[in-house]
Design a protein around this ligand. Structure first.
Ligand code: NDP
Length: 243
């Protein structure tokens, strides 16, 4: 594993996978720049990292807003002189059947999970196309398999995989990793959806949830490989999960 210290930008770092990944990477010696909308929660994560001796910066970010993402990346670049890795992690999962017509949540899911990822790619590509870099996109096992109520969420996560593959083929100096977790401890189930569906998912999650550190470790593994190695895809799921 490489021990090179990198400047790593993480979207959706105010809770769950993003927050734990920030702590994991900072503990390994990387400088982390945390982005999300809840500034108070972000500051808590960054303060804890700094108290533990790590380097962290919290910047308010809305991934659905292209200007906000551009400013996030530009500020990180100005303050740290480079951007080595972007972890496109921000996401929402308001599950429901299509015929429930929760169309505002469809749009929000597309805006955060898909457009948000694209906004991240757009903001770092001009920096990375010349000097290289690494883009880590957090997808989901629901990007690989579709269940009733996951159509829109699965569509966004499958699209993230497609984008990643296209990006990898276009750039031979940019590493591109897709991390696809299944049930993981986080605040994701509080992001809307049909109440009966979400209660069912909550019940499954209670039985199957993996510790968040497992996903953080997978992301860290991809980042810490030697520069010439591209960890293209990691899928992590609980052994006890059917299917
Ligand atoms: P959390 O809800 O704990 O974290 C989601 C993060 O996304 C929060 O930090 C939230 O911050 C941020 N976010 C949401 N909307 C925006 C926005 N518009 N702009 C910026 N940040 C935003 O859930 P997870 O940690 O589980 O989710 C992280 C990723 O992991 C997601 O992409 C999710 O789809 C994926 N995933 C999770 C699984 C799980 O079981 N937990 C399984 C498979 C994939 P804030 O609200 O402060 O903006």
């Amino acid at each position: 594993m490489s021990t090179v210290s990198k400047v790593v930008l993480i979207t959706g770092a105010s809770s769950g996978i993003g927050a734990v990944t920030a702590r994991r990477l900072a503990a390994a010696g990387h400088t982390v720049v945390l982005g999300a909308r809840r500034a108070d929660r972000l500051a808590e994560v960054a303060d804890k990292i700094k108290a533990d001796g790590g380097e962290a910066r919290a910047l308010r970010l809305d991934v659905t807003d292209r200007d906000s993402v551009a400013e996030f990346v530009a500020t990180a670049h100005d303050r740290h002189g480079r951007v080595d890795v972007l972890v496109n992690n921000a996401g929402v999962m308001p599950l429901s059947r299509l015929d429930a017509l929760r169309v505002d949540e469809w749009q929000q899911t597309i805006d955060v999970n898909l457009t948000g990822t694209l906004n991240g790619i757009a903001a770092v590509l001009p920096l990375m196309s010349e000097r290289g870099g690494h883009i880590v996109n957090v997808s989901s096992t629901l990007g690989l398999e579709i269940v009733a109520t996951s159509a829109v969420y699965s569509a966004t996560k499958a699209a993230v995989r497609a984008l990643s593959e296209g990006l990898r083929k276009e750039h031979q100096n940019i590493r591109v990793s897709v991390i696809s977790p299944s049930f993981t401890e986080s605040e994701l189930l509080g992001s809307g959806g049909d109440p009966a569906t979400m209660a069912w998912v909550q019940d499954m999650a209670g039985k199957l949830n993996m510790p968040t550190e497992v996903v953080a470790d997978a992301i860290a593994y991809a980042i810490d490989q030697p520069a010439a190695i591209d960890v293209s895809e990691i899928v992590v799921r609980p052994v006890a999960q059917a299917g």
